[in-house]
Design a protein around this ligand. Sequence first.
Ligand SMILES: C[S@@+](CC[C@H](N)C(=O)[O-])C[C@H]1O[C@@H](n2cnc3c(N)ncnc32)[C@H](O)[C@@H]1O
Length: 170
Amino acid sequence: MKINLGCGRRVLEGFINCDIRELPGVDEIVDITKRLLWENGVVDEIEASHILEHFEAHKTKKILAEFIRVLKPGGIANIEVPNMGAVFKRWQVADHKEKWFHSGSGDRRFPSLFHYIWGQGNVEGGQCHLRGFDQECLERLMGDAGFINIVETRSRIGHSVRLQGEKPGS
Ligand SMILES: C[S@@+](CC[C@H](N)C(=O)[O-])C[C@H]1O[C@@H](n2cnc3c(N)ncnc32)[C@H](O)[C@@H]1O
């Protein structure tokens, strides 16, 4: 079983797509700050893309503990978040437009640096960013939660870090 937590409008084939909002393609309404729906050790893969930054820092540990609980031994989690290291580096050289405004349009619409830091506000509910990460911070949090073999993989969007971790015991 594969689960896509906080899927938003990015519905993935072959996954149970979960969000706190009822959106097209959402299979289960799930609040990831609560105990997850699944029993211990039944999930093969978790996708958690651009979701952890939506919760206060003190909640990350509990959320990652739930990921570990529901994963099978050898199961993997792919976690992607905005990378504050990259955002702040870019901020030093970015112009006013790149810092504060979206650019492009349609599929080529890029978020402003402001957006990576603070999110979209609450236009659609639950869209504010309440914490930040950089690569080392996410790696340490995943390691502390019990993930092993943590590797960086290609992030979906710019100024982000995507790490894959494995639950031990396979
Ligand atoms: C920035 S979107 C990311 C969407 C998608 N994962 C992606 O990478 O494009 C964050 C999503 O998290 C959802 N969300 C916010 N709080 C949540 C919660 N407590 N539990 C589950 N989903 C939540 C929002 O409804 C929103 O769809």
